[in-house]
Design a protein around this ligand. Structure first.
Ligand SMILES: C[S@@+](CC[C@H](N)C(=O)[O-])C[C@H]1O[C@@H](n2cnc3c(N)ncnc32)[C@H](O)[C@@H]1O
Length: 191
């Protein structure tokens, strides 16, 4: 029997992080939405943003590109993806932009060290917290991390329509992208 030359499938040569970004992320559009939503909710521009479950930190990088006053922290517990983020995304930033973003290798449940304007948990990442206690602890940690007029933005399934009561209270703002912004006022982040 003759052994044929083996040509590895194209997928073997692909970079999974690069493919992930191309498949499900659009950092410019995401930052447009984040920036506009915060301004609409709070009447000012956000400055300090934390990207939880940041993976390749694509959104955090776009955030520091957007304005010279913007600062970002990316949190992920996987050192491999953070290393990829450093080499492929942070490496494309200017020295000034790079000085305004920090990547932390830690669990999202770890308490934050400073008040944040925005916390993000995008692309349904918080669904990785599969039991009620872990999810509740995470939401409580976010609530503590937010500045008094901070906001927590996370994806909900599909394009949510606000219920009558939520519209009346103004606690939930939604948009057709399927992203929802949960008000960061201290009294309602965990509700
Ligand atoms: C879907 S990926 C990245 C999502 C990305 N932020 C986006 O918008 O597409 C989820 C990431 O969450 C990280 N992760 C999962 N559980 C975590 C936890 N408890 N604490 C920190 N990072 C976590 C994984 O390492 C992975 O990089």
């Amino acid at each position: 029997m003759q052994i044929q030359d083996f040509t590895p499938p194209l997928a073997h040569t692909a970079d999974r992080h690069h493919l992930y970004e191309r498949a499900v992320q659009s950092p410019r559009a995401e930052v447009d939405f984040i920036d506009q939503t915060y301004r609409k909710l709070r009447g000012r521009s956000a400055r300090w943003l934390r990207e939880d479950f940041c993976g390749t930190a694509a959104v955090g990088c776009e955030w520091v590109r957007r304005r010279p006053t913007n600062r970002a922290v990316g949190v992920d517990r996987d050192p491999e993806v953070l290393d990829w983020a450093q080499r492929n995304n942070l490496a494309t930033l200017s020295a000034d932009q790079r000085a305004r973003i920090q990547l932390l290798e830690q669990d999202v449940a770890t308490p934050a060290s400073r008040p944040l304007d925005l916390v993000l948990a995008l692309n349904f990442s918080y669904w990785l917290l599969t039991d009620r206690a872990a999810l509740r602890a995470y939401f409580a940690q976010v609530r503590t991390a937010l500045a008094p007029d901070g906001a927590f933005l996370l994806d909900a399934y599909g394009a949510m329509t606000p219920t009558a009561s939520s519209s009346r209270s103004g606690r939930w703002r939604t948009r057709s992208l399927g992203a929802s912004a949960m008000s960061g006022s201290r009294h309602c982040t965990t509700r």
